[in-house]
Design a binder for this molecule. Sequence first.
Ligand SMILES: [Ca+2]
Length: 324
Amino acid sequence: MKFFAYKKIIYGALCMSALFGQRTTLSDKKMVIIDTDPGGDDALAILLAAYDERLKVCAITTTYGNASLQETTDNAAYIMHRFGIRHIPLYSGSSKPLVRKHYKDYFWGPTGLDAIRDLKKHSLSYTAVQRMIRLIKKHPNKITILALGPLTNIAQAIKKDPHTMSKVREIIALGGNLGTMHELQGPEFNIESDPEAADFVFKSGIPIKIITFDTATRLAITWGELLNSSPLSVQDFILQMFGAHKQKRLTEYVYDPLVVYAASYDTASIPVSITISHESKNGGQTQGQPCLSNCTVSYIDNLNKGAIISYFSKTLNLIVSSRT
Ligand SMILES: [Ca+2]
């Protein structure tokens, strides 16, 4: 049997990992699907998850969000190619919210990766929802979904096959704003992009942990700090991505990678009851109340900045050691 065919079978049976030389065995690892809309934050989250020794990435599924579905998928494919992540399948999913129009954030520039332009076009499969369901069916109660973009793909999967999706181990999402910072009110982008999908997912009964925009902002890990703890290959990528906006970007905060840390360390969370505004304009505002019974949603609040920076450094530096 040819090496690549043999390897494909091994990875198909045990799910997939981009790690080489890992100390943890494949069966010990926490299986994850990364649902994402790259996005510079997403790019680093993908790298961390792919090289984290505790995680086994079964698939990367893309959604519209920071940019169009074509652009976010091209960006994901580019990141995977650039950093040697070859054994994780990439599936594209939703191109728009359940009922609303997609508006781009432009936080990461018009194409989602700031200054990196003219990326190769990746053909779109639109199979993210089916593949997500298929993986959950194959590994019931084992797979955690890391939700880094609008929750449309996950909502579509629950609508299509609620029984199978009830066997998702948990969802860890970057989403919502509990309004704990006076200067940071208003909806958070991922929930605001598709409040109907978010509401559906939050009410599905699947255990969901959220890291909210205010919590992540209060933590205040800057791109500059992440850059300083990264190997040269990642520094080059970050600086290329930032292009002319480098000085401004390096003082801004890192968000999506926190989800990967929470998955890797099973970070504790506090039960919360979330309501999501459905106003036709400016919907997506979240409000939290203490949850006293039948709680499936919780928020992560107890994050340690030093421990997270140390995790980023340790994990990203595996990129160098695994490729040399
Ligand atoms: Ca994102």
